[in-house]
Design a binder for this molecule. Structure first.
Ligand SMILES: [Fe+2]
Length: 137
């Protein structure tokens, strides 16, 4: 199977709750990538795309809940980055709807690949110390 993001230990933050969520997100993105290349089934694409949107929302709320609990120093900036992602995705979704297209733009996949890998290795990595200090395993 062709993967957009190859999951590796490099993406592990050492947090039992967060790591499987990131891995699941990468899995959904890879499925979306695969379906986009193989199928013109709009329904299937729509299903995976909304699964990704919902799961990302769930994941962000997990992180943001901990930011609040631990009064994480970068919580405002980090939350803003989640908001920017959601806006961008909503924009892609709207464009896709308006055009009545059967394919999602490949720019979306580029964006997803770059955003998630950059975010996990960059911003997410910064909260690990804080989460550990507050007893999160
Ligand atoms: Fe995050």
């Amino acid at each position: 199977m062709k993967e957009l993001i190859k999951w590796s230990d490099m993406y592990k933050l050492g947090l039992e709750e967060i790591d499987p969520q990131h891995q699941k997100l990468v899995g959904i993105i890879n499925r979306l990538y695969q379906v986009m290349q193989e199928s013109t089934e709009k329904d299937e694409l729509n299903t995976i795309f909304s699964e990704l949107t919902d799961y990302a929302e769930y994941h962000f709320s997990t992180e943001e809940r901990h930011f609040e609990e631990f009064n994480y120093i970068d919580k405002v900036e980090h939350t803003r980055s989640h908001e920017a992602y959601k806006e961008r995705i909503a924009h892609f979704a709207k464009e896709y709807e308006d055009k009545g297209s059967t394919i999602l733009p490949f720019q979306l996949l580029d964006y997803l690949g770059e955003w998630w890998t950059g975010h996990i290795l960059g911003e997410d990595r910064k909260y690990v110390e804080c989460f550990h200090e507050h007893g999160l395993k």
